[in-house]
Design a protein around this ligand. Structure first.
Ligand SMILES: Nc1ncnc2c1ncn2[C@@H]1O[C@H](COP(=O)(O)OP(=O)(O)OP(=O)(O)O)[C@@H](O)[C@H]1O
Length: 382
């Protein structure tokens, strides 16, 4: 049975009703290559219609996870479910890629060079044995949705990279997938086209209502598009949450420095006599309950202020650069061991690269992490 919402969605997208989005549940998923874990036991659960971003540095296992969702790799362990349906299980049978009702767009668009744009978009419908008239109607509908009707009779070699990307997206959504999978789809586009296409992907996500999984190492992309972010590191999920949760409450120094523009600053401190010390400077009281050892103090860019010269409560640093960002200025300053700090303020400073300055710390950091395991230090939350 289909709901009114399904019919409305079908009307907007030209889809036949009956293909509602699926929730996505990943449980303890693993993938080993030759004994090395590329994906090392990840668990993620998002409701139908979510836009999940797998974010992380190169080699952290994002693409391998996406390929397991698409059915291009079999898991070594764990389980993937789309809605109630188990589509893959470590060591068990997997649903064939073509039966998963999932569409995939790669970084390289992988269009058929000898087929026209229209034929490329129709191709998955031919494979799925749609009747010819339905096929035609659906292809026209998605070509128009992506504003590429004018290009329908051209070959991929006769259109630009940005246009090819649109064709790849049109081809993906043509068969009405319940799950949309994107592997760094914007990375070949120039800056302006990236922003435009990002907006377009969001529109498509909303109008199809499908659950999307999007791989990127670009935290700005993640922050602007995601309903949920799984921040990955070394095959594991470092932190899972909404963009806002990651930004406002990073749970590890890695999360604090990977997310945010500019990212937060981490300063390694020693605890001595109830106080924190770093670079020969007193950095304020130790977090409650921490009596010794090492602590990593996190300061947001806006919490640090430049001082004309190093002095009490100020870390000695060297001015590197300043960049306008929206209506603020982001200053780069290097500590004497090369650690780069980012400060943000309303006005630029009158300094030249290489000039010495002080970086004034507030009485308390924005968060404290245990230096040994990166977890929040006891009583640290402010
Ligand atoms: N087919 C394979 N055989 C062996 N090792 C692999 C294979 N595919 C991926 N790996 C390894 O698994 C790890 C995770 O790779 P993956 O491509 O998933 O990372 P990623 O986060 O998507 O990186 P990138 O952003 O650079 O694409 C890497 O160390 C990679 O070298």
């Amino acid at each position: 049975m289909t709901s009114t919402t399904d019919h409305r969605r079908a009307e907007r997208t030209g889809m036949r009703p009956g293909a509602p989005a699926a929730s996505l549940t990943i449980t303890d998923l693993r993938k080993d290559f030759g004994g090395t874990a590329a994906v090392d036991g990840i668990s993620i659960d998002v409701p139908a219609g979510s836009f999940l971003v797998l974010l992380g540095p190169s080699g952290c296992g994002k693409t391998t996870t996406l390929r397991m969702l698409a059915g291009l790799e079999d898991p070594t362990g764990g389980e993937i479910r789309f809605g109630d349906r188990v589509i893959a299980r470590g060591g068990g049978p997997a649903v064939a890629p073509s039966e998963r009702e999932a569409g995939l767009v790669f970084q390289s668009y992988a269009l058929w060079p000898h087929k026209t744009v229209r034929q490329n978009v129709e191709w998955p419908l031919v494979v799925a044995k749609w009747p010819r008239a339905d096929r035609r109607a659906r292809a026209e509908r998605v070509l128009s949705m992506l504003a590429i009707t004018d290009l329908a009779d051209r070959y991929p070699g006769e259109i630009s990279g940005g246009q090819q990307q649109r064709v790849a997206i049109a081809r993906m959504i043509a068969p009405q997938p319940r799950v949309l999978l994107f592997d760094e789809p914007l990375s070949n586009l120039d800056a302006r086209l990236r922003v435009e296409t990002r907006g377009e992907l969001m529109r498509i996500h909303r109008s199809t209502g499908a659950t999307s999984v999007y791989v990127t190492h670009d935290q700005v992309e993640a922050m602007t598009m995601a309903t949920h972010i799984a921040l990955m590191r070394d095959g594991r999920v470092e932190q899972f949450g909404t963009p806002r949760e990651l930004l406002e409450a990073p749970r590890t120094p890695f999360a604090a420095t990977f997310v945010g523009t500019p990212p937060a600053n981490i300063i390694g401190c020693r605890v001595e006599g109830g106080r924190l010390r770093a670079y020969g400077v007193d950095c304020g009281p130790a977090p409650d309950g921490v009596t010794g050892g090492a602590v990593q103090a996190m300061y947001r860019a806006g919490s640090l202020a430049p001082a004309a010269e190093p002095g009490p409560g100020c870390l000695p640093a060297t001015f590197a650069d300043q960049v306008p960002m929206a209506d603020r200025w982001v200053l780069g300053a290097d500590l004497d061991d090369g650690t780069r700090l980012h400060l943000s303020r309303d006005t630029p400073v009158d300094l030249r690269p290489g000039d010495r300055l002080g970086v004034r710390l507030p009485e308390r950091a924005d968060a404290y992490f245990d230096a040994a395991d990166g977890r929040p230090a006891a009583g640290a939350a402010r």
